[in-house]
Design a protein around this ligand. Structure first.
Ligand code: HSE
Length: 305
């Protein structure tokens, strides 16, 4: 009888410009690992990383608590979490742990849940950090590749990204508020102009077509968000400089990764990603901020290892 399962789940970038709360892309830059083990009488979290270990305050803990309740699991469980995704920087850190937890629970108890159900369970974990449920990061971490989250009716559509898509991520070393996603959602407009909605919708549609057609240039030229990015960019010191530098260095598009403060540039194998990531680092450094850069590719989803 299997008593323990370990799952590795990738980080992700959400929104990809115009697809706020709808688009996600799994990235091979960082991974979280969750081991789920039947042990004792209670559910508890173990980690060497500085993350909350109360079930309700941890995205993986919330997922396991809810799944154990739903599937009437009586045994105790130990959730061992190894963080690889930097928490609080817009790289889908809470989502990676939540996705790994949902997939581990499914494997340990042989539930054979489908992709949509796994994403919905993983989404419960987002409440721990965002204060509300959104599925773009968890969908990417569970399923891998590029994902479109439709909420009514709930359905996640996965598309394999083009092989020549390359991403440059810059993670600035700045202090982030504890509930950063919640904070960065509060600055967003409650209502948008119809003409702005049309512009974002047309870019979002073109971006989807770009993934379907495996056309990196169509993807790049569609990453243009006139609703969320302008409302959030003041939260990222050096934003304009980083974006300008990366575009000058050959990036097709640059935007905020998820709720930020990381920034992400979209490029292709035919460009010079090192030059682009160096230019992003320089942009942050001109604003007096150090940053970590990663050149990455789309990743597959959460995997039992
Ligand atoms: N779509 C979410 C947001 C992602 O931008 O708030 C959070 O990582």
């Amino acid at each position: 009888m299997v008593e323990s399962v370990t799952v590795r789940a990738p980080c992700s970038t959400a929104n990809l410009g115009p697809g706020f709360d709808v688009f996600g892309l799994a990235l091979d830059a960082y991974y979280d690992q969750v081991q789920l083990k039947k042990e004792g009488k209670e559910i508890r979290i173990q980690s060497m990383d500085s993350i909350p270990t109360e079930l309700e305050k941890n995205s993986a803990g919330l997922v396991i608590k809810e799944m154990a309740r739903k599937f009437k699991i009586k045994s105790g469980l130990v959730i061992k979490i190894k963080k690889g995704v930097p928490p609080g920087f817009g790289m889908g850190s809470s989502a990676a742990s939540a996705a790994a937890a949902a997939v581990a629970f499914d494997a340990l108890f042989k539930l054979k849940l489908d992709g949509n159900s796994l994403v919905q369970y993983a989404g419960i974990g987002e409440r721990a950090s965002a204060g509300s449920v959104h599925y773009d990061n968890v969908a990417a971490s569970v399923l891998g590749g590029f994902v479109i989250v439709r909420t009514a009716p709930f359905d996640v559509i996965r598309i394999s990204p083009p092989k020549d898509l390359v991403l440059c991520v810059a993670v600035p070393k700045i202090p982030v508020p504890q509930k950063k996603t919640e904070v960065s959602r509060k600055v967003l407009p409650k209502q948008v102009k119809l003409s702005d909605h049309i512009k974002n919708l047309s870019n979002a549609s073109a971006l989807t077509a770009g993934f379907m057609k495996k056309d990196v240039f169509l993807i790049g030229s569609s990453i243009n968000d006139i609703i969320v990015e302008p409302a959030r960019k003041h939260l990222i010191p050096g934003f304009d400089k980083v974006k300008k530098n990366a575009l000058r260095a050959g990036a097709m598009a640059v935007t905020i990764s998820g709720a930020g403060p990381s920034m992400i540039a979209f490029t292709s194998t035919s460009s010079n990603p090192k030059r682009i990531s160096d230019s992003m680092k320089k942009g942050f450094s001109e604003a007096g901020i150090d940053c970590t850069v990663a050149i990455c590719r789309p990743s597959k989803g959460a995997t039992v290892i």
